[in-house]
Design a protein around this ligand. Structure first.
Ligand code: AMP
Ligand code: MG
Length: 414
């Protein structure tokens, strides 16, 4: 007779358990075009100033700001144009009082110049003379050398997941290769006698395996490398073999289905009977997603997810994404404040059991006044449509007994 009570643990406790697994942390060297969404394995230091020299950020005239103090429409300042600089000129000239040089966006500043007046705020009045009808201060419309980062400074810290803008800094610094952590390899197993592969027509009573596809996609979203191991029947021996292979070859195992306490729910038994199998949690105070297992074989984490298609994805979103980011070496992976989220008003009252974190699938709608509203997407449990039509998950914290219509709440973007 199986124990049919979960010893439910809070989401925070589960995150704490998951954070104790060591990240993979195997560094590899990749080129910038391969580096998007990977995690920096070491601090990246600038070995030169960026920008290397002071540059203009506008088309206009390089000037000495003090020459233009107090200039206005009715009292323009007159400057003589000493040079017309090309974008790639490194000017040898020096500006004296009353002098300026025509300059293009990105062009380097001649010495003596400490500001650029936009061409729109000037008028050419003779071949070599302009009037400036806007006052400006030192530093206006220029990028100072070293203003992005100074030689020797850390341009990107270790443990950072690389975004397009991060890659841009590396490109500017001439660092065409970078040390990153390899992606964690995640074995994905679906278990259930009723499951058939996506490309098969299910016989009556059978259904297609959805979780392999969604979980692999969420893995990829988390920067991990999914390894699809396919479907395993609800047979102790088959499942044991498959899980043994998975823990042997992967950095993490996701096993969906069979995580509850029914007679066909074998995950707990199978994991427990691995040579170094340990169950760390069975049951999470999370809805949907209560029948979740956190376990390990030696140092390899095994997450048993509910088979239910929506629950599996919510658990993946709430626990799996930060965990895989952590395994991948990302710093602060469990910090929920880094989650992409918005605050929206709730359209109607939603009840929630105290002691359980609820994730309500919501659509986000902006009203005529520009206010953001969260409308729950109603769908029966087991259907795919609640997530399909949702823009986000409205989080009801464990201590709350629900939310009231009109109240503002956190929505995690899907
Ligand atoms: P279980 O967690 O094994 O009790 O499964 C709960 C529900 O989810 C059952 O209706 C299963 O048929 C369904 N289910 C389990 N695994 C999958 C899967 N991989 N794809 C689609 N539905 C599944
Ligand atoms: Mg099942």
């Amino acid at each position: 007779m199986k124990n049919d009570f979960f010893e439910v643990q809070s989401v925070d406790a589960c995150q704490h358990i998951l954070s104790s697994f060591a990240p993979v942390l195997e560094a590899e060297n990749v080129s910038l075009d391969q580096a998007l969404s990977l995690v920096t394995a070491q601090d990246v230091r600038a070995d030169e100033d960026l920008p290397a020299y002071s540059r203009s950020s506008m088309d206009g005239y390089a000037v000495r700001a003090r020459d233009c103090f107090g200039a206005g429409e009715s009292n323009p300042v007159y400057l003589s144009v000493k040079a017309r600089l090309a974008v790639d000129d490194y000017p040898q000239i020096s500006l004296g009082p009353g002098e300026c040089a025509e300059i293009l966006t990105g062009g380097s500043l001649p010495s003596g110049a400490d500001a650029v007046v936009m061409v729109e705020h000037t008028r050419q009045i003779a071949e070599d003379e302009i009037e400036v009808f806007r006052s400006l201060g030192p530093g206006d419309n220029i990028m100072l050398s070293g203003e992005d980062c100074r030689s020797g400074q850390i341009a990107l810290p270790a443990g950072k997941r690389l975004r397009p803008q991060d890659l841009g800094v590396l490109a500017a610094l001439g660092q065409s290769r970078i040390e990153v952590f390899r992606r964690p390899r995640v074995a994905i197993l679906s278990t259930g006698d009723e499951l058939v592969p996506v490309d098969e027509k299910p016989a009556p009573g059978k259904i297609r395996d959805v979780n392999s596809t969604t979980l692999a996609a969420w893995c990829a979203r988390a920067g991990a490398e999914p390894w699809l191991m396919g479907i395993v029947q609800d047979q102790q021996q088959d499942l044991q073999q498959a899980v043994a292979l998975a823990v042997n070859q992967a950095d993490c195992v996701l096993l969906s289905g069979g995580s509850s306490v029914g007679t066909r729910d074998l995950s707990i038994e199978v994991i427990s009977s691995l040579p170094q199998g340990r169950i760390l949690a069975h049951g999470v105070a999370l809805s949907p997603g209560k029948p979740t297992i956190l376990a390990a074989q030696g140092q390899i984490p095994i997450i048993g997810l509910p088979g239910q298609v929506t629950s599996a994805q919510v658990v993946m979103y709430v626990l799996g994404l930060p965990f895989l980011a952590h395994l991948g070496g990302e710093d602060q992976a469990f910090d929920r404040s880094r989650q992409a989220r918005v605050w929206a008003r709730v359209k109607r009252n939603i009840a929630s059991q105290q002691g359980r974190e609820d994730y309500i699938r919501v659509k986000l709608v902006q009203d005529a006044k520009g206010l953001l509203w969260a409308e729950p997407v109603l769908a029966k449990s087991g259907l795919l449509r609640s997530l399909l039509h949702a823009d986000g998950l409205l989080r009801i914290p464990a201590q709350a007994e629900g939310v009231s219509a009109g109240g503002t709440h956190e929505v995690w973007l899907l």
